[in-house]
Write a protein that binds this ligand. Sequence first.
Ligand code: AMP
Length: 280
Amino acid sequence: MESITEMQQYADQLRADSKKIGFVPTMGYLHQGHLSLVDIAGENCDTVVLSIFVNPAQFGPNEDLDSYPRNEGKDIELAREKGVDVVFLPSADTIYPDGYQSYVELAHLPNHLCGLSRPVFFKGITTVVTQLFHIVKPHVAVFGEKDFQQLATIRRMVKDLKFDIEVMGGPIVREPDGLAMSSRNAYLKDHQRKAALSLSRSIQHARQMVADGTTDATSIIQQVTAILSEFAENTIDYVSICDTETMDPVSSIEDSALLAIAVNLNKIRLIDNTVLNRQG
Ligand code: AMP
């Protein structure tokens, strides 16, 4: 389905029929990470809508909007196999028609982590997700913990703007070797993929440090940075230990804290994270 009006009418009909709508927004090039969110939506709702929209508003001028991997035919097939009821594929012209000028922006959350090196990223996301919420009219929206700051941002926006939507998070789905699944993994050459494994390896190391009693954030950040730096391919954007809701840095792990990493391999940006729990 591509038409916004058609999608809205379909959502109205579902609601009139007392059907619970679950929504999984994506940029396509689907993998098991996306499909795990479909499972969560399906377990909690009657009808699952998955959107595919490579959102121009969240890409900066030097980012990979034009080269972002796309395969709509395969995506539709995978979504259908997984039991998605509606694949919603709006065009950029209908989401951002001529004269478009309305943006949704949070005051603080974007001033952390990915928002620092991607200044328009979260404004683009909150704007498009707001639009998609108005079009798909979901009861439940499911986002991945892989993009932890995005999930925190959407939760905050839904709370602040009183959207009557339950936001659910799905755990990170990884390749057998530990690499967090991402559409961008398709770009990785063999030597870069080896380097990319250092993200999940460094996260495992940090978890072990906490399990062994380390609570000092600086020590953990230093060791994670050292593991990532073993590979010349990795250019670290950030290694941060921060509050799981505000993304403000913390100096020690009191109860739990987020360890978040972003690394650029040439022009390929990879992120990964884990929640470090003192209680294991
Ligand atoms: P994207 O297509 O990259 O915008 O991602 C769409 C949704 O899938 C977002 O909520 C992501 O957090 C989620 N997602 C992407 N990769 C993974 C993964 N490896 N595990 C779980 N969720 C993921």
